[in-house]
Ligand binder design. Structure first.
Ligand SMILES: Nc1ncnc2c1ncn2[C@@H]1O[C@H](COP(=O)(O)OP(=O)(O)OP(=O)(O)O)[C@@H](O)[C@H]1O
Ligand SMILES: [Mg+2]
Length: 592
């Protein structure tokens, strides 16, 4: 059973606001109370003035009342300034803290997280949901406080002015809380639908933009637009449904106030004529009544802001508190990441029915060059991702340098690895910055050496701007092969103990691929290299070749032995020879 205190500490208000900005919050609330207290006092001064006028009071007395009124208004203005500075500023700082936590979590997460949360979904949490939280702790708190103060203070004052008139005038408002409650529920439910529709819509936009080349290339634009239209319509429909309770809210509440005012004029006016009530009291009543509507709306409004804020905070929390499947840091380190040893290594993608890796046994000694080959979908990328510590593995299945992978400090381990993924990714910065990303602070000479080793330096120098050429989004102004080699240079710059290359030279010609692998092998004798490829010409020199099919290493050994064995490798080799010959034929033909 959790204590009340614990439960309070879990609330939106505490976690986002009070825990860190309690002092600013307290000052803000005090200023707000000050403003409200003055607001409540003003109608009483008006009552004095009106009754004084009716009774023909001395000008001096009216002058004093006016002066007091002015003084209160000035004090109130000061209070307004103070609460805005304290509360509004704080809500932006809270927002900033939450954003920090959000981003910190994003960089900790592994591929499984991004499979569960598509980019559009994360974007909508980072924009819509975070601003809903800010609205709750900013305006939500202010409006709510106002409402509570008025609710607590106004009824006693009204009762003091005239109990019987209060009973008559407030009667129509009794139904309001029920109405507000019902609407609030509807608004919350429908708001969730709006958020979900928005997520889907922004996900679609993101995906279409990311895949714009495919969309264009396949002439899919009309189909994409149609899909976008459908999602857009769902979003509009959800918004319209959400708008209905919102649209009913104010008019119904205003109607109640008008009924109350009608009763005030009818009953209160009658009493004034009969002489049992002063004009000033009726005027003050009218002022208070208009203030009573505000908290009625405000309670509902601030509650709905809170409800939205809490819903949104839960969605933000799912990201902020998501435990990465591989902890971001902490653990032991060994002197080296080598040798790499796997025993019965297995891995199944979340939600998949079949394992993508099964019973993989391997051993890689320092300085070895290992090639992974095999049909598409055989598990090459999955194995490399496990070796790069991107996918979680069970204890006892994988060890680096004699230390179990699960006991390694992931950061320390990854610092010893250079990973080049199958899909190259470049940032919209200069080429040199993209390469230096592998080792922040690296000097230009080191960057150029890495580019030389990746056999891309000459091409970079020929580009306008050379190494300082700025890349468009994701490097759109480069060829596929150039992008691949720049990502390779990025990994090489780290001078890792173990290089993991996932088919990252598929877009360069066989000769260049061979030359790069040759350089990598001979440049540093202690460099260990594991690379996946579809080009068997590139693996002839490898110390070990692993042939992967359906998640298992089905054959292994050196080229000659595998070729002699007459198994999967032999078949792959024959096909690849035939393809290479056809390629040569095409080149000959092209040369004419
Ligand atoms: N994110 C994922 N979720 C579920 N299954 C996946 C995921 N990624 C890959 N798989 C599956 O795991 C298996 C191995 O995929 P993997 O990408 O490792 O193959 P590969 O040998 O690298 O293929 P390729 O030669 O095309 O690069 C495939 O059956 C694939 O469908
Ligand atoms: Mg792959």
């Amino acid at each position: 059973m959790r204590s009340l205190r614990d439960r309070f500490h879990e609330t939106l208000l505490y976690r986002v606001l009070l825990a860190r900005y309690g002092r600013n919050f307290a000052l803000g609330v005090l200023a707000l109370l000050w403003v409200d207290a003055i607001e409540v006092a003003l109608p009483l001064l008006i009552r004095e003035a009106v009754d004084g006028l009716v009774a023909g009071a001395a000008a001096a007395r009216l002058g004093w009342i006016a002066a007091a009124y002015l003084a209160l208004i000035l004090l109130q203005a000061g209070g307004r300034y103070a609460w805005r500075m304290q509360l509004a500023g704080t809500s932006f700082r809270c927002d900033f803290r939450l954003r920090q936590g959000f981003v910190a979590s994003l960089v900790r997460q592994g591929p499984d997280f991004y499979q569960r949360h598509p980019t559009g979904d994360l974007m909508s949490r980072a924009t819509n949901d975070l601003s809903a939280v800010r609205f709750a702790v900013g305006p939500g708190v202010v409006i709510g406080m106002d409402a509570i103060v008025y609710f607590l203070v106004l009824p006693p004052i009204l009762l003091w002015l005239s109990p019987s008139l209060t009973a008559v005038v407030v009667a129509p408002m009794v139904a309001v809380p029920f109405f507000v409650h019902r609407m609030r529920h509807l608004i919350a439910v429908r708001f969730r639908a709006v958020q979900a529709a928005f997520s889907a819509l922004s996900g679609k936009v993101q995906e279409s933009l990311a895949g714009i080349r495919v969309v264009k290339g396949f002439e899919l634009a009309p189909a994409e637009v149609a899909r976008f239209d459908a999602l857009g319509r769902t979003y509009v429909a959800a918004n319209v449904r959400h708008a209905v309770p919102n649209a009913l809210f104010s008019p119904v509440l205003e109607l109640t106030t008008f009924v109350s005012l009608f009763l005030l004029l009818l009953v209160g006016g009658g009493r004034v004529i009969a002489g049992s009530l002063t004009v000033g009291t009726v005027v003050a009543f009218q002022r208070y009544l208009s203030k009573l509507t505000w908290p009625m709306t405000a309670v509902g409004w601030s509650l709905s802001l809170f409800q939205r804020g809490a819903t949104s905070l839960a969605r933000v929390d799912e990201v902020v508190e998501a435990e990465p499947s591989i902890p971001a840091e902490g653990g032991e380190t060994a002197a080296s990441a080598l040798p790499v040893v796997a025993r019965g290594l297995g891995f199944t993608y979340p939600g998949a029915t079949r394992p993508a890796l099964e019973a993989v046994e391997l051993r890689v000694e320092p300085g070895e060059m290992v090639a992974i080959v095999g049909p598409v979908g055989g598990g090459k990328s999955t194995l490399l991702a496990c070796l790069a510590r991107l996918h979680p593995v069970a204890p006892g299945q994988l060890a680096f340098g004699g230390l179990d992978a699960t006991r390694w400090d992931p950061r320390a381990l990854r610092r010893r690895l250079g990973v080049v993924p199958q899909e190259p990714f470049l940032f919209s910065r200069s080429i040199a910055e993209n390469i230096a990303y592998g080792r922040p602070g690296a000097d230009r000479a080191a960057v150029e050496r890495a580019a030389e080793a990746a056999a891309v330096a000459e091409e970079i120098r020929r580009l306008p701007g050379g190494f300082d050429a700025r890349l468009g989004e994701r490097g759109v102004n480069l060829s596929g092969g150039q992008r691949q080699r720049i990502t390779l240079a990025r990994a090489l710059l780290r001078e890792p103990e173990l290089l993991l290359l996932d088919d990252c030279l598929s877009a360069v010609d066989v000769e260049t691929e061979r030359r790069i692998l040759e350089t990598l092998r001979h440049q540093r004798r202690d460099r260990t290299l594991i690379f996946a490829t579809h080009r068997l010409q590139a693996v002839v020199e490898a110390d070990q070749i692993w042939v992967m099919r359906a998640g298992r290493i089905v054959e292994r050994g050196r080229h000659e032995a595998l070729l002699a064995a007459g198994g999967v490798y032999t078949r792959l080799w024959r096909r690849s020879e035939a393809e290479a010959a056809a390629g040569d034929g095409r080149r000959e033909a092209a040369r004419g």
